[in-house]
Design a protein around this ligand. Structure first.
Ligand code: TXA
Ligand code: MG
Length: 324
């Protein structure tokens, strides 16, 4: 398969480009598109065979469910059983990097739900994503557009690197703004769960709900299968440096470094971020840069866990866990 790549205006997507993507999606094909968090690999979320093609292209375990992307809160109504709490969260945080896991209605295929009785819903904050969903007229199932286990793609070249030849089309709208995936919260029981830290700060959701988000135990993390898998890892090893502990690296002269403050060792390549937000935006791209430049590994500075820092910590922890 040849993967087509079309440049699209991020603020005002061109009609003919959307038309091309819409045609592919209506025929059951795969289109990677930008969201504010990371690029997604989209298919018709109500078509079981289109959804199966997503799992195949990514090499993703079929029990790891997908997020359905909608272009308005109203479109969520036929997909899940909503209540006052979920509707309030949608009006406060959508469009934006917040995914709600809710009891599914029967219209959502088994394949999209990874066999669970719940469904994950999100309205992305990106004009291209919203226009595309709107035009296709169905919710788009879309995991991050990387090979399973790899860092999520924050621009079109990362999508092509992982999935070129395996999908029909990539819409290139330039780099994303958030850089880590959405926050996933579980709303199937009375106690809201934090299933994945992400682009919406945990503190903001808790302030809004007036109750703390519970961190899932063994039992409920079985309900968010994605959290069981190793993830976000570049091909090179990742080591974490937690100041004030000593920074250890087998060979800084052939390793790279990503962090907020200058490293105490002479690394071959140093990428410094000015803020936690920039760190989040640049972490996955930084991993891919280190690979491309042929470095032997990367040392990553452990950030504070506030705001988006919680998501950064989670991604860094998982990337570094590979091989251990
Ligand atoms: O920002 C994002 O969320 C991006 C963009 C493309 O929207 N998407 C994304 O999708 O990160 P993915 O498939 O890479 O991650 C979805 C996460 C996984 O951890 C999955 O297990 C969890 O959401 N999830 C999906 N459906 C679920 C469900 N019904 N119950 C529990 N967890 C669910
Ligand atoms: Mg992913």
């Amino acid at each position: 398969m040849k993967t087509q790549c079309l440049v699209v205006n991020p603020w005002n997507p061109e009609g003919p480009v959307l038309e091309e993507a819409t045609g592919i999606l209506r025929r059951g094909g795969l289109v990677a598109f930008p969201t504010e968090t990371v690029y997604g690999l989209g298919a018709n979320g109500l078509d079981a065979s289109a959804v199966t093609a997503i799992y195949r292209a990514k090499g993703r375990p079929s029990d790891n469910p997908l997020i359905l992307h909608v272009s308005s809160p109203l479109e969520a109504e036929p997909l899940a059983f909503l209540d006052a709490r979920s509707r309030a969260l949608m009006s406060a945080f959508w469009p934006g990097p917040l995914t709600l896991v809710l009891p599914s209605r029967p219209i959502v295929p088994f394949e999209t739900r990874g066999g669970l009785d719940s469904v994950a819903l999100r309205m992305p904050d990106h004009p291209v994503a919203l226009a595309l969903i709107d035009r296709v007229g169905v919710p788009l199932a879309a995991p991050s557009a990387n090979l399973s286990g790899r860092p999520s793609p924050t621009d079109a070249s990362a999508v092509l690197f992982d999935l070129g030849g395996r999908i029909d089309l990539v819409l290139d709208a330039g780099p994303v703004s958030v850089g880590v995936e959405s926050t996933v919260i579980g709303l199937c029981d009375e106690t809201p769960l934090l299933l994945r830290a992400g682009g919406t700060a945990k503190e903001d959701i808790e302030d809004f709900l007036g109750v703390p988000l519970q961190i899932p135990n063994e039992e409920s993390s079985r309900r968010s299968p994605g959290t069981r898998y190793r993830h976000y890892a570049p091909f090179v090893p990742v080591l974490v440096w937690k100041p004030p502990e000593p920074c250890t690296c087998p060979a800084p002269q052939i390793w790279g470094y990503l962090g907020l403050t200058p490293p105490p060792l002479p690394f071959a390549r140093v990428v410094l971020f000015e803020s936690l937000g920039n760190y989040a935006r640049g972490l996955f791209a930084g991993f891919r840069l280190m690979e491309k430049e042929g470095l032997e590994g990367v040392v990553v500075q452990w950030p504070s866990g506030e705001g988006i820092g919680l998501a950064l910590r989670d991604r860094i922890r998982r990337a570094a866990a590979v091989g251990s």
